[in-house]
Design a protein around this ligand. Structure first.
Ligand SMILES: Nc1ncnc2c1ncn2[C@@H]1O[C@H](COP(=O)(O)OP(=O)(O)OP(=O)(O)O)[C@@H](O)[C@H]1O
Length: 214
């Protein structure tokens, strides 16, 4: 199982944000992106997740059981800054939507909605509209989206923003569990996630943003 990023460059508007980024992540491995605001962490995550067309380079996926030609994005879950949940739908309806929309990738199976809510420490409130939850509860339920469908690669953009200490430790435990089941994690974060063996890639920014502005 391997995610390979080769010579990736990406542009936002007129500006080249980063150039020639390459790395490989195999089963059980994690990479943390660090760097100042605006250095390109979210842009890189979006390019790897297939949500932003790169300027050049490529992202590929190889694993036993995957159809030849499987796009890397099909192996990825993406948790962005925003939670991607509808405020007026219940938590259960939101998670069922993601479960059906994302679907299980070859080689694994997601949890039930109830199981995923339990795993993020929020049993018993899946009937509530998502919009009724506190900011931290919403983030926990957004994280539960990763659990209801199996995808080997978790791409996480500031996953622990707005969370209390107990939620941080819940997320760290879930991330470690995912890595322990041959998952791969690529995360941008300003806070350490407590992953002892994670590799680090420090984004330094590129054209368009002057060093003095950081
Ligand atoms: N849609 C867009 N159009 C034009 N420029 C953009 C767009 N989105 C982001 N940028 C620019 O791209 C650069 C990189 O932004 P990005 O969000 O990837 O940084 P980041 O490292 O994730 O920052 P932060 O730590 O603040 O989340 C910034 O200079 C930003 O202004």
């Amino acid at each position: 199982m391997r995610l390979t990023v080769e010579a990736l460059s990406a542009r936002r508007g007129e500006d080249l944000i980063f150039k020639d980024v390459s790395f490989t992540l195999s089963a059980g491995e994690s990479l943390i992106l660090t760097g100042r605001n605006g250095s390109g962490k979210s842009t890189l995550l979006r390019a790897v997740a297939g949500l932003l067309r790169p300027e050049s380079g490529r992202v590929t996926w190889e694993s036993d059981g995957a159809e030849p030609g499987t796009r890397a994005s099909e192996a990825c879950h993406y948790l962005g800054h925003r939670n991607a949940m509808k405020a007026e739908l219940s938590v259960r309806e939101n998670l069922e939507f993601w479960q059906n929309f994302v679907g299980d990738f070859a080689g694994g199976r997601g949890m039930t909605v109830t199981g995923a809510a339990d795993a993020v420490g929020l049993s018993g409130i899946t009937h509530l509209p998502f919009g009724y939850l506190s900011a931290g509860q919403q983030r926990r339920m957004a994280f539960a989206k990763l659990l209801v469908a199996w995808r080997p690669v978790w791409i996480l953009d500031e996953p622990t923003a707005a969370l209390d200490v107990s939620a941080e430790s819940v997320f760290t435990a879930l991330i470690k569990d995912h890595l322990g089941h041959d998952g791969i994690v690529l995360a941008a974060t300003h806070q350490p996630l407590g992953l002892e063996n994670a590799q680090e890639l420090k984004m330094t920014g590129f054209a368009g943003v002057m060093e003095s502005m950081w």
